[in-house]
Design a protein around this ligand. Structure first.
Ligand SMILES: NC(=O)C1=CN([C@@H]2O[C@H](COP(=O)(O)OP(=O)(O)OC[C@H]3O[C@@H](n4cnc5c(N)ncnc54)[C@H](OP(=O)(O)O)[C@@H]3O)[C@@H](O)[C@H]2O)C=CC1
Ligand SMILES: O=C(O)[C@@H]1CCC=N1
Length: 260
């Protein structure tokens, strides 16, 4: 991107903090082929030093580890005046604010594992006092790994279910569709490819503006095979089962920040 169109304060150097040497190696290997590899420093079990160096801190530990990590000796001073961006599922902004000094600004973000191929769907929620420019910077950063949108914090647990858990749910649907193909004689590899590419194509049509119900009706020839398959799905209550799975995952996500 031309530097004239970049937001102000785009990060130019990066520090990754992990606990184990194995993870440190994993991070180094993951960035080795990138242009910015030389701008990445990896610290093992030295979070305070890593945070001291930073203007913006991205927190990605398990939700129950947040308090131990943010309230470790020396961390409060290191976090003072900084922007803390948490991807921890179910940990509310108000809970994070209790673990950091009052001068630390907090943003909550929910990406998903498709970030690996820059196809994440990321939802961002920021405390009210954060400047628009800073919110825009966080959005810009997460747009580097896919799509990002800003929503009110009350939607973060459902974002966790829809976006964070979403790859697992869609993977299960792909497996089920592929199982059907295998049952009808297609080799597993081809069946998985057929199911996954069809899922991607459908998703792209919807993102291009087509309504899902129109897509469904356009494919359903009278007396055809699609309506036959759809009715079988409706007999199995697939629509309410899937919707209820999002409801259940949302409810579980909302409690993750309180788990010890
Ligand atoms: N998995 C997913 O699909 C998604 C997860 N999330 C959220 O992201 C967070 C991480 O999840 P996930 O990646 O699955 O978890 P992992 O356990 O794979 O990763 C957690 C990372 O935190 C590091 N870590 C743990 N404790 C410390 C510590 N005291 N100091 C420094 N580093 C530490 C670990 O390092 P080490 O390996 O060295 O111990 C590890 O690299 C969670 O809060 C989760 O809710 C959000 C969206 C999607
Ligand atoms: O299942 C979990 O708790 C995490 C949060 C989002 C995706 N996986």
């Amino acid at each position: 991107q031309p530097s004239s169109t970049l937001p102000r304060n785009v990060p130019t150097s990066f520090t990754a903090c992990v606990k184990s040497v194995e993870s440190a190696k994993r991070v180094r290997d993951a960035v080795a082929s990138l242009k910015l590899a030389s701008a990445v420093t990896v610290y093992t079990s030295n979070n305070v030093a890593g945070v001291k160096d930073a203007d913006m801190v991205l927190l990605g530990c398990k939700p129950y580890m947040c308090s131990g990590l943010l309230m470790a000796p020396g961390m409060s001073e290191a976090l003072s005046g900084k922007l803390l961006v948490s991807i921890c599922a179910g940990v509310k902004i108000s809970q994070l604010k209790e673990m950091v000094p009052s001068s630390t600004r907090v943003v909550r973000v929910m990406p998903n594992t498709a970030a690996k191929i820059r196809e994440s769907m990321t939802v961002i929620s920021a405390e009210e006092t954060i400047a628009e420019e800073e919110k825009a910077l966080v959005k810009w950063i997460f747009e580097k790994i896919g799509k990002a949108l800003v929503l009110d914090e009350k939607h973060m647990d459902v974002a966790t279910a829809l976006c964070g858990s979403g790859p697992a749910f869609y993977a299960l649907i792909v497996e089920a569709m592929a199982d059907g193909g295998v049952m009808m004689g297609v080799p597993r590899k081809e069946a998985v490819e057929m199911a996954a590419q069809t899922m991607q194509g459908t998703g792209r049509m919807i993102l291009a503006g087509q309504h899902p119900a129109i897509i469904r009706e356009q494919v359903s020839t009278p007396a055809g095979c699609t309506i036959a398959g759809l009715l079988k799905m409706e007999d199995g209550k697939v629509r309410s089962v899937v919707a209820r799975a999002i409801e259940e995952a949302t409810n579980v996500a909302s409690g993750l920040g309180g788990k010890k």
